[in-house]
Design a protein around this ligand. Structure first.
Ligand SMILES: C[S@@+](CC[C@H](N)C(=O)[O-])C[C@H]1O[C@@H](n2cnc3c(N)ncnc32)[C@H](O)[C@@H]1O
Length: 224
């Protein structure tokens, strides 16, 4: 195991199933676990070429078993799990729906992604086209999320000073957390993605906070 401390981020190179039991509970787990779709992601006219050119997707051959996800959920007061439609989770109305916009319409990749939230609330939609925004010009992970999407998920979790991503990949959640002025704990078991995460998070730490943190929401009186 390797541990790097970069600004307000602590990054672990290792298996989250071994590291999570050693950590204190955090405010929010915001994460994007393997979906178990591996080489079938993006297969077809547009997708396969791109995936084969850029990716080794062996880590995505299976979804984490329910016992692993239970450990992940127990690590935070709240949790947002991207790929929520791939896992066995209790039903909820609180989904985040990332609509990938015009650039993904009719292609061999999903047109949207669903993030399952552990608390009750209304479903929300963000339309954000990473191709139009040029997000993937600097793509260092085959399933890299846009920073704006992970920032939206962090803000949806409300007042959460400490954010944990146990399936950190290239560190996108960490970049978003630092830009929002939060502390971050990340875990990744593939050294090449861990190294990319360290670089990206270091850049974000040097840049400092870009957005105002969301103020804690006042308790609303019952309407009925
Ligand atoms: C879907 S990717 C996350 C991509 C990330 N959201 C990004 O923007 O780069 C999931 C990551 O989890 C890592 N992973 C899978 N199982 C793991 C485990 N048990 N412990 C730590 N990392 C794991 C994989 O290596 C992969 O990089």
């Amino acid at each position: 195991m390797r541990v790097e401390t970069i600004g307000d981020a602590t990054l672990y190179l290792g298996d989250c199933m071994e590291i999570l039991p050693t950590l204190a509970k955090v405010d929010a787990v915001i994460t994007d676990p393997p979906y178990g779709i591996g080489a079938s992601a993006g297969t077809g006219k547009y997708g396969r070429q791109k995936i084969e050119a850029t990716a080794d997707l062996r880590w995505d051959e299976a979804v984490p078993p329910p016992s692993d996800l239970a450990l992940v959920l127990a690590a935070g007061d709240r949790a947002v799990l991207f790929g929520g439609n791939y896992f066995e989770l209790r039903p909820t109305r609180n989904y985040l729906i990332w609509d990938k916009g015009a650039g993904f319409k009719g292609r061999d990749f999903a047109e949207c992604e669903l993030a399952w939230c552990s608390w009750d609330g209304n479903a929300r939609v963000l339309t954000y086209d990473p191709l139009a925004r040029g997000d993937y010009r600097e793509k260092v992970h085959p399933t890299q999320k846009p920073v704006a999407v992970m920032a939206w998920a962090i803000q949806h979790a409300g007042h959460a000073p400490v954010i944990l991503d146990p399936y950190m990949g290239s560190g996108t959640t960490g970049v978003a957390a630092l830009q929002l002025g939060r502390s971050f704990i990340g875990i990744e078991r593939e050294a090449k993605y861990f190294d990319s995460a360290c670089k990206r998070i270091e850049q974000a730490a040097n840049q400092g906070q870009l957005f105002e943190p969301a103020a804690p929401k006042p308790q609303q009186e019952a309407l009925l």
